[in-house]
Design a protein around this ligand. Structure first.
Ligand code: SF4
Length: 319
């Protein structure tokens, strides 16, 4: 069963120098219990997409078109009060840098307890035992003591675990992870990924995992969506996309990680295009080694081929 369906979503930033079409007509869905990975270079629109699901886009950004259907409701139509109810309770988010989201002058356990206060009207003192249990679940050592620590007294990995405990506190149906491990060193990254997998199993939650690390996504996701310049270029089962990429951009990404392992997305010749004046036709054409006559004239549509979606003129829709 679909837990989330995003249809033709467009999120634009209205700047003095022009309109940045950060997400430009994106459609996808997430099934119950599924992990969807979203990958792409910075500026591909993946983080904007994640933030727009929770309606966290701030002016000059705006959702200009499309639907975000979550459990039968179109989130783009809800009031801010209704969205506040959904955030944290039904859909939660873990961000890249825990320092941005933890209050430096408040004890971490109390910050997690606030989630219960906000959604269940519980008094903070009455839910501290629940927070201790959550800290145990996310493997924070010495949880009875740690709930009284300030963020600066915790390591980066521990802070991220505290944020994860906040995200899972109310057993949400969908957890959005925006580069949750990229600020951490490699061994801690692995521990956090294993923890997220355990949490997903325990809650039977669905996840959207955004990362520039394709190798990581290939290990933990069921489906993979590749974004380029605000558009989806390939989307399908992770195994198939990773083992047999069809879009030249996906192919270039995957080929490059076979030779190089860095903490940023491997580079592909050329620059990501301007999102104010994107190239005509296929947005990838200035960098594509396989481009041909039609590529800079007509934009390819996202078509289904071998059970996955691809947006490239090299392929024709199946009969
Ligand atoms: Fe390359 Fe053309 Fe396919 Fe774009 S449409 S990815 S330019 S072959």
């Amino acid at each position: 069963m679909k837990i989330l369906e995003v249809r033709n979503l467009k999120v634009y930033y209205f700047l003095h120098r022009g309109i940045v079409k950060a997400v430009d007509g994106v459609s996808f869905s997430v099934e119950e219990g599924e992990i969807l990975g979203i990958a792409g270079e910075s500026g591909s629109g993946k983080s904007t997409l994640a933030h727009s699901i929770l309606r966290l886009i701030k002016p000059p950004g705006e959702i200009v078109e499309g639907e975000i259907i979550f459990q039968g409701k179109d989130l783009t139509k809800l009031s801010e009060d209704e969205m506040r109810e959904i955030r944290g309770r039904d859909i939660s988010m873990v961000f890249q840098d825990p320092n941005t989201y933890l209050n430096p002058i408040m004890k971490v356990g109390l910050q997690v307890a606030e989630v219960y206060e906000a959604h269940q009207n519980a008094k903070i003192e009455t839910v501290l035992d629940k927070v201790v249990n959550l800290f145990k679940k996310v493997k924070i050592t010495d949880p009875e003591k740690r709930i009284y620590s300030y963020p600066h007294e915790l390591s980066g990995g521990m802070k991220q675990r505290a944020l994860i405990s906040m995200a899972v506190a109310l057993k949400p149906k969908l957890i959005i992870l925006d580069e949750p491990t990229s600020a951490l060193d490699v061994t801690i990254q692995l521990e956090i990924v294993n923890l997220l997998k355990e949490m997903k199993e325990e809650l039977n939650a669905s996840m959207i995992f955004i990362s520039h690390d394709l190798e990581l996504l290939s290990e933990i996701t069921d489906k993979l969506m590749i974004m380029y310049a605000g558009k989806v270029v390939e989307y399908g089962s992770t195994k198939e996309v990773f083992n047999n990429p069809k879009h030249p951009y996906t192919e270039a990404l995957i080929n490059s990680i076979k030779y190089i392992r860095k903490d940023t997305l491997p580079t592909i010749e050329g620059e990501p295009p301007s999102l104010i004046n994107p190239p005509n036709g296929c947005r990838f054409h200035p960098r594509c080694p396989k481009k041909f006559d039609i590529c800079d004239k007509t934009e390819p549509s996202l078509i289904t081929i071998d059970g996955r979606k691809v947006s490239c003129h090299l392929y024709g829709e199946e009969e």
